[in-house]
Design a protein around this ligand. Sequence first.
Ligand SMILES: Nc1ncnc2c1ncn2[C@@H]1O[C@H](COP(=O)(O)OP(=O)(O)OP(=O)(O)O)[C@@H](O)[C@H]1O
Ligand SMILES: [Mg+2]
Length: 573
Amino acid sequence: MSSIRVLPELLISQIAAGEVVERPASVLKELIENALDAGARDIGVTLEEGGVRRVQVEDDGAGIAREDLALALARHATSKIASLEDLEAVASLGFRGEALASIAAVARVELTSREKAAPHAYGVRAEGGGAERPAPAARAPGTTVAVSDLYFNTPARRKFLRTAATEFGHCEDVFRRAALARPELAWSLRHNSRFSARLKPQPLAERAAALLGREFTDSALEVEAQAGGLRLSGLAGSPQAARSRADAQFFYVNGRFVRDRLLAHAAREAWAELLHGERQPAYVLFLELDPRGVDVNVHPAKTEVRFRDARAVHQFVLHALKRALSPAAAAAPIAYAALAPTSAAPTQAALGIEQPVAAYQSFIAAARPTPFAAAAPHAAPPLGYALAQLHGVYILAQNEAGLVLVDMHAAHERIVFERLRRSLEAGAVQRQALLVPSVFRAEALEVATAEENAPALEQLGLEISAAGPSELAVRAAPAALAAGDVAALARSVLAELREYGAAQALAARRDELLAGMACHAAVRANRALSIPEMNALLREMEATERSGSCNHGRPTWYQLTLSDLDRLFLRGR
Ligand SMILES: Nc1ncnc2c1ncn2[C@@H]1O[C@H](COP(=O)(O)OP(=O)(O)OP(=O)(O)O)[C@@H](O)[C@H]1O
Ligand SMILES: [Mg+2]
């Protein structure tokens, strides 16, 4: 057996580099963080061959003094902290004094820098470790760090690098995360001498539009909440902007991009009721708190954090997001606040809801005064008044801004869902006994499920009992659903109870279950509605939280403004 030896300095750095410098993107991340810590206002990134040949970051920050240049490349040399106290309250992105040394151990590094007051710049070079003497160089105040030939001296690691396109993709991710977090700075990204991004200082919404696309920002809701030393700000994507992949989720803690289970969980919960199935919300969120309340020194790449009071952080984030996501009923594609109030009383006001049709009686009875109506009793309602029904699918309505198009089925489903949820939260879903029980053929297992789960079914507003060895009878159904196909409803609820058990179905899967139930009630396409029925639906939408999208995240209505219509007809106004 060999004896114990102290490892040479370079080898120590190469081992450390394995943790910090995984691929070109991790080099880029460290260089960008250094530029940000130096107070840069303008950051330029240049890559060659996905960063494998070269990663270069230029900044206009504070610069490094001549005598500190070599030190910047040494291990455990940092200007950012000096004591354990500093470490516990670290506000800068870097603090270990390890990044540049680790990079220099596995690549060729050129560091050129000029302090604001210095007459000119100095440069040093390091290849696989120690730096040479600084030599005078030309450069405006700021710093350029160029890292070439990553892993030139550790071929085993080089083998793990992927194609240039893949590595570039990772670098782009790093760039996007950084540029999103600091919209007030100018950024550029060049790959193989082609610009792939040039961003001037701009507000967050514009930066997000440039990097994540307009479909996200156009419908995103602004988040701004503060409590107990915590602040959450940023943009929360509406359900319509949800994606099939979780590729537009950006969470920052004190300016640092993190992948944190706790925060991701809070976000998932906040969107849970709005998004069913596998849809992933989009968001750009910034959590700020006293640096002493969060430990960033838990992961080599600093992408994980640990909160001192994890529970409080979770609750705060969850509630701040929930509030942001349902600001007022029917808040969807258009901002009503922007609409100028008009003095002309709409003639449609006469179209009240005087003669509700049977199927809508329960609906209308439950309709409460809308928040809008309460605020301004004479103003026209936000979703306006129904004009007609199109192909039995859409309601056309006129409001102050122009034309409103409503997907009848989706809107009704949302309303029924919210109603079921409210009444279940209050105890049990309101039941209505059926004059004629609905009898259907059932398998033995279904009959057994119905018998075993009678209390759960009752909570859900259903009374189902055996009508024979292979027949079940629905004797009561939720009031909001009684007019629909109650046998199909009963079948799907029984299937859910059988699969997940009553406890699980009523707790963790409650919203899926209720959404499934709501599906059975909703006005099916091709059902003719009278004008008063349509108006009743519009009023109910206004009174329902989050009625802007259906239970599956699809929009329930769209606004076409007069100017949208003018544009369609090429009418200059
Ligand atoms: N772009 C830059 N502008 C000004 N100073 C810089 C720049 N890059 C590095 N430095 C200086 O070099 C030092 C070492 O940088 P390095 O990234 O190795 O460590 P760090 O940022 O202090 O800590 P960490 O290892 O956590 O990143 C920094 O503390 C800073 O003083
Ligand atoms: Mg650093």
